[in-house]
Write a protein that binds this ligand. Structure first.
Ligand SMILES: Nc1nc2c(ncn2[C@@H]2O[C@H](COP(=O)(O)OP(=O)(O)OP(=O)(O)O)[C@@H](O)[C@H]2O)c(=O)[nH]1
Ligand SMILES: [Mg+2]
Length: 725
């Protein structure tokens, strides 16, 4: 951008300030103190609008700023005090007649203004209200500074709160205090700003003063000659210096209080030397513009000249403390008042400072400086405001978070797949062992086949029939049986069958237990994996594997106690099979007893003959009981033990597998769902971020453009010779 005309720049800066103002006032993305920034922007706007050059007087409280300004102006317009005095910024500029303008933030009710009216009433002054009651104008027709100073006391001094409590509500509404002085006192294009002391105990007053520094074009920094190089001063001087581009005059004030020998502008010794040393130590520019001043003497000289005080008063004034030789010379002169005034003025060194200041101002491109400072203000504010927005924007654009999310999800999915495969393998092994099949190079018959293979006629013959026959041959067993209607034989058959089946089942049960236990452990281990995956997704933390195993076992036990088949199996596993095979035995024995009763008459048979006769009956009954089935005592069909037990084993194998499968599915499903949610969350975050980007990008661009264009203006001024415009 190339700004040729002063007016162009001015118009651009005003629009830039307006843009900043809108951003601060309305934008939800503005981070900072709205009221502070709005005020600062407002100040700059007014400065650009009136185009006046601000000369700001800064320094510790009581260092003599207000006194010096009064001396500059040639009258005691501003209140001064031996205590901390100034509490507000006071802007002093050229006007028509002597006037005080109090700008209010809001309209003050009549009652509040009346309190001021009353105070002003005894003074030669008239009060008017302007701007819808938002400004109070006091005019002093005779132009006497004292009247203005007195009306300022209740408004801009530290003691006002105590001395004029009635005016507190009005004071709270004050936005700005302006002094308008008759034309000869001040240049048209200059505003002097009196400020509260920087080392004030009141934070508010400090802030007021620090706040105006960035709106200054020239700073006159006051330091007490007696305390030059003081660390407090340095801290705030550093602060002024950070605002590059401001010229600073350093004034060593109250020079009347030091030995005249100490006044050395070349800074070889005395306060100027101390100040320079401190500057050097703190890396501040080592060729500052340093002046000595006695504001008080200058003011006294003026008062004397105007007849506001008498010669005697000055001679008696301890603070003026004239050397006796001088006092004698003055008394002896023809025009002692004029001579004393001239002497004091010379001693004050105000003329020197004034001359240097006027010279500086004459050469300064004041209008340019006003715009340059405003452009810097726009540039810096735009740069400041954009930082937080940019941070947020960069965060929204930062892909690493997504990458992390995605990477995490992908690892989890992969791990989940491994777990699923492992669980499947465990199930395959289980199925091979329980239902028959091959696993890891070994072939398993399965529970059912194990049982069927043991329940064959040969084995039954050897393990059931033969032992029964052996039993019949022992002692009186046959005789006893015949005598008791074969009931002992029936009981023995029952016992023998029970022992046979129980023996087989005991072996199978051991195998079932082992199968279930290794499956349970293996699954618990993998479920542990699944659960830790789940934990990774939800909350970080270790998974206690023992807990998982216990919960698995608990789940299965609960299942076992609840299920009818497994309930029966639990009985079978520990001892007798009688509970399951009772009906089969009943059916067998019913037939046996019926057949045998037909032989009861033929008691003359030999034992071997009896046994031969009984053998087929016993065999048929045992085989029916175990393999073929028969009828129970009521004549209902009764299944053989082979079928009941294999049915039970089948169901037990399936029930366990289902229980485990369910547990696995649940656990894996949970992780799967978390992963799905992760994807959903990713999408949502992405959407939110896109919204942030869409929202912030135009603002960032706007602020960047402001900054760049302001920078272009600043650069143009930097290359401009000082005397243009
Ligand atoms: N000896 C001496 N006293 C001075 C001089 N200038 C000011 N004083 C006195 O110092 C005291 C403070 O002066 P002010 O002008 O009110 O000081 P200030 O820097 O405006 O103080 P605040 O408004 O509180 O920040 C008054 O009593 C002045 O009379 C000076 O050059 N020499
Ligand atoms: Mg003051």
């Amino acid at each position: 951008m190339n700004f040729r005309e002063h007016e162009d720049k001015r118009a651009w800066i005003l629009s830039g300030l307006a843009a900043l103002g809108r951003f601060v006032r309305e934008d939800d993305d503005f981070r900072g103190s709205r009221s502070y920034e709005q005020k600062a922007i407002g100040y700059q706007r007014r400065i650009v609008e009136d185009g006046k050059y601000r000369v700001v007087f800064l320094g510790a409280f009581n260092v003599g700023k207000s006194t010096a300004i009064n001396a500059f102006l040639g009258g005691d317009f501003l209140p001064m005090d031996v205590e901390e005095c100034t509490s507000r910024l006071t802007f002093i500029q050229r006007g028509g007649p002597l006037q005080l303008g109090v700008r209010l933030r809001e309209r003050a009710p009549d009652s509040e203004v009346a309190a001021l009216d009353e105070l002003i009433a005894p003074l030669p002054a008239s009060v008017a209200r302007l701007n819808d009651g938002r400004e109070i104008r006091v005019t002093y027709p005779n132009g006497k500074p004292a009247a203005m100073r007195k009306s300022l006391e209740p408004l801009v001094t530290v003691i006002a709160d105590e001395a004029y409590p009635l005016l507190a509500p009005l004071r709270d509404k004050i936005d700005e205090i302006n002094l308008f002085l008759p034309s000869e006192m001040l240049e048209e294009d200059i505003v002097f700003v009196d400020t509260p002391g920087v080392h004030s105990v009141s934070e508010t007053r400090q802030e007021i003063t620090f706040g105006i520094i960035e709106h200054s074009h020239l700073v006159i920094c006051f330091v007490d000659s007696n305390f030059a190089g003081n660390i407090h001063d340095l801290n705030f001087i550093k602060r002024i210096m950070t605002l590059r581009g401001r010229h600073v005059f350093f004034v060593l004030n109250k020079a009347d209080k030091i030995d005249p020998e100490e006044i050395d502008l070349r800074a070889a010794h005395g306060p100027a030397w101390s100040l320079m040393q401190a500057f050097k130590r703190h890396g501040l520019p080592d060729n500052p513009d340093i002046f000595f001043l006695s504001g008080y003497r200058a003011l006294r000289a003026q008062q004397l000249e105007r007849g506001l005080i008498t010669l005697q008063e000055v001679l008696d004034d301890n603070r003026v403390s004239l050397p006796t030789s001088v006092a004698d010379r003055i008394r002896a002169s023809e025009n002692p008042v004029r001579d004393l005034a001239a002497y004091l003025m010379g001693q004050s060194r105000l003329p020197h400072l004034k001359e240097r200041l006027l010279d500086f101002l004459l050469n300064e491109n004041k209008a340019g400086k006003v715009l340059e400072t405003a452009a810097k203000f726009v540039r810096e504010r735009a740069a400041d405001f954009v930082i937080s927005l940019e941070n947020e924007l960069n965060l929204a654009k930062d892909p690493t978070l997504f990458d992390e999310l995605r990477a995490k999800r992908e690892t989890l999915m992969a791990e989940l797949e491994t777990v699923r495969t492992k669980a499947e393998q465990v199930m395959c092994r289980y199925e091979a062992r329980a239902m028959g099949g091959e696993w890891d190079g070994e072939t398993y018959p399965g529970y059912e086949a194990l049982f069927r293979d043991a329940m064959v006629e040969g084995a039954i013959n050897v393990n059931v029939i033969q032992p029964i026959l052996g039993w019949l041959r022992i002692d009186n067993n046959l005789k006893e049986s015949r005598r008791n209607q074969f009931k002992p034989l029936a009981a023995h058959i029952e016992h023998q069958v029970d022992e046979f089946v129980s023996g087989i089942l005991a072996k199978i049960n051991a195998f079932v237990d082992e199968t279930e236990s290794i499956t349970r452990d293996a699954i618990a281990e993998h479920l542990g994996d699944v659960r830790s995956l789940h934990m990774q997704l939800t909350a970080p933390g270790a998974v206690d594997l023992e807990n998982v195993r216990a919960s698995m076992a608990g789940g299965y036990a609960a299942f076992g106690a609840g299920g009818a088949v497994v309930g029966a199996a639990a009985g079978a596993a520990v001892g007798s099979v009688v509970p399951i095979i009772g009906t089969a035995i009943g059916a067998g024995l019913g037939g046996l007893l019926g057949v045998i009763s037909g032989f009861l008459a033929r008691l003359a048979w030999s034992e071997e003959r009896w046994i031969r006769k009984l053998l087929p009956i016993i065999r048929e009954n045992v085989m029916n009981m175990l393999l073929h089935g028969g009828k129970d005592r009521q004549g209902n069909p009764a299944p053989p033990m082979l079928e009941s037990v294999t049915e039970y084993l089948r169901r037990r194998a399936a029930a366990f597998r289902d229980a485990v499968q369910e547990e696995v599915d649940n656990a894996v499903g949970r992780v799967q769902r978390e992963c799905d949610e992760l994807i959903a969350r990713e999408t949502q975050i992405r959407r939110e971020r896109e919204a942030i980007i869409t929202r912030l990008e135009p603002k960032v661009t706007m602020l960047h453009t402001l900054r760049e264009e302001a920078e272009a203006i600043v650069r143009e001024y930097a290359h401009m010779p000082a005397t243009t415009h």
